[in-house]
Design a protein around this ligand. Sequence first.
Ligand SMILES: Nc1ncnc2c1ncn2[C@@H]1O[C@H](COP(=O)(O)OP(=O)(O)OP(=O)(O)O)[C@@H](O)[C@H]1O
Length: 666
Amino acid sequence: MPTTDLDTELAAERSHLTESRAALRRMRDRAESLFATGDKVAGDSYTAEQLGRHMARRVKELADDPDTPLFFGRLDIDDSAYHVGRRHVTDDAGEPMVLDWRAPLSRSFYRASVRDPQGVAVRRRFGFVKGELTSFEDEHLDRGEELGTSSRILTAEIERPRVGPMRDIVATIQPEQDELVRADLADSICVQGAPGTGKTAVGLHRAAYLLYLHRERLRKSKVLIVGPNTAFLSYISAVLPTLGEVEVLQSTLDELVGRAPIRATDTDAAKTIKHDVRMAEVLSRALWSRITRPTEPIMVSDGSYRWRIDVEPLRRIVDEARREGLPYSVGRERVRARVVGLLQRQSEYRTGNSPSESWLRRMSRIAQVTEFLESVWPAVTPESLVAGVLTEPPTDLLTEEEREAIRWVKPPKTVKSAKFSAADLLLIDEAAGLLERETSFGHVVVDEAQDLSPMQARAIARRSEHGSITLLGDLAQGTAPWATTDWRDILGHLGKPDAAVVPLTVGFRVPEVVVRLANRLLPALGVNVPAAVSLRADGDLAVVPVAEPADLDAVTMAELTAALVHEGSVAVIAADAAVDRLRAHLDAAGIKHATPDDVDAGARVTVVPATLVKGLEYDHVIVHEPADIVAAEPKGLNRLYVVLTRAVTRLSVLHAKPLPEALTLA
Ligand SMILES: Nc1ncnc2c1ncn2[C@@H]1O[C@H](COP(=O)(O)OP(=O)(O)OP(=O)(O)O)[C@@H](O)[C@H]1O
């Protein structure tokens, strides 16, 4: 076959890839040898440990994944070519061979257009198979050529079969996504995105971008990702490490506030009240009402001396500490310190000497001072405050019915033996925030944020007081009883009322025909959100009525068997109550299957309870009896909307009962 210009170009790119890999290996070798000698050069053990940790991280960051090429794009600017990849690679002279996708220059890879070429003459995208470059696609922006979303490489990427954990999207981030990814660290943003528009991807890439740009600062203050459940977290857990970021905390909200084990469950009514923002005020009032006015002087005998602090100065101290607006326990310690300060002054006046440190320590713990504190500003633990409220819910703020709903039927003998529910732990977290200041993360990304209750939002607010947040969600997918219909509500509780709300509407997951079906539900969901439009013209939809309800499971099994002929993952999504039965059918048929939080299991089939499917995606989705999914919970229609928008290629809806009316309207 004759060699074409294209072949020559591709060969040149391949050799650049080989050279870049070799250069990366040398960078890694250097880091490893520094790592090995680190403890010899460091002066002391602390520095050695710090250095060791830094080097270990560096070595990890320089790991090369043979299945992913080191670069996925190239920019031609002013006669120079810049390759863009997942991390910087430099040659032995320190000259760049590959630019990190987060570097300032790489921005043009995502944003340059014919209208605003940003100096880019040509943008090249590479296609690859298993780490080998196989093709490339050029856009001569200087000649007015622009592919946009019709890029063959983008299309191949979004249509590829999905198996296993979520992957990064660095090679194909779209301009409107990039704008969010690269927003300033100081900016808090809220992304209202229709299903599959890349919200999760944007949030994770934004975390990686901020870590790159503010490495030192965020290494200290840390980045936190909050997701709805462990299945979701395990699905997304690989993305940041592939981007070289291994030090991001990923947590569910329950884990974040889980100071104690969950040992009780709430009724729906109790849960709703405990997640209501009034509980913040209930706890605050219950706490601050414990402070009383001093009525007795403090008298202390100290060897041959007698010290006395009168009621008036004591009152002044307490009033002043209250006015300072400090957290309760900090205020308490301030009162103690000021009382000891007055004792110290008397001692200095009488003896003419400054008292020693040990004298000051003794005075601050002496019975008279401690008793005084206990009477006017008693010690409180978060658990004891919540236990007090649940034993005898206060009469203000809550109705009689609400008080009865949260009142402990049988109060525990001691706070230690109390059994707390998940919502109680949230109250305990709120109480802890009244007592002491939480440490704030530098940046917090919250996914599926439409389901945050006000009290959950406050738990996040406490952890992002001095940092910024990226809030990701879709009001139409709100399924919690308290799910909001207005982002401003949540943003207010999060303490970021002015964050911009930015819509994303172009869907990368769900095929157009499936989106059209799901969008029929939108008017019935009671939220005002822009509908999704799909980039995907491929895909299949089958709505299959089953005449006999008794046959539904068998039809599901037949559909599943047929689905396995195609490539990719298959999920059977059903009302939670049907899941065990369906899993038993699969076991009986000898079909290997996994649970949704086991993304590494390697099984192609997953049976997923409808309540756990948020944020996940599968090539072929089989929905088992939509009517049951809807009937299972108050926001059942929103749940069905989530369920219908999980399919990447094919959706089969199997129903023996009538479909929900909203879905049948054309
Ligand atoms: N720019 C892109 N290039 C390629 N794939 C993309 C891009 N953006 C998103 N995707 C893919 O689309 C799918 C959906 O993305 P993601 O899960 O982030 O969407 P989402 O908005 O969080 O969805 P949901 O609302 O359903 O949780 C993922 O497979 C993701 O990798």
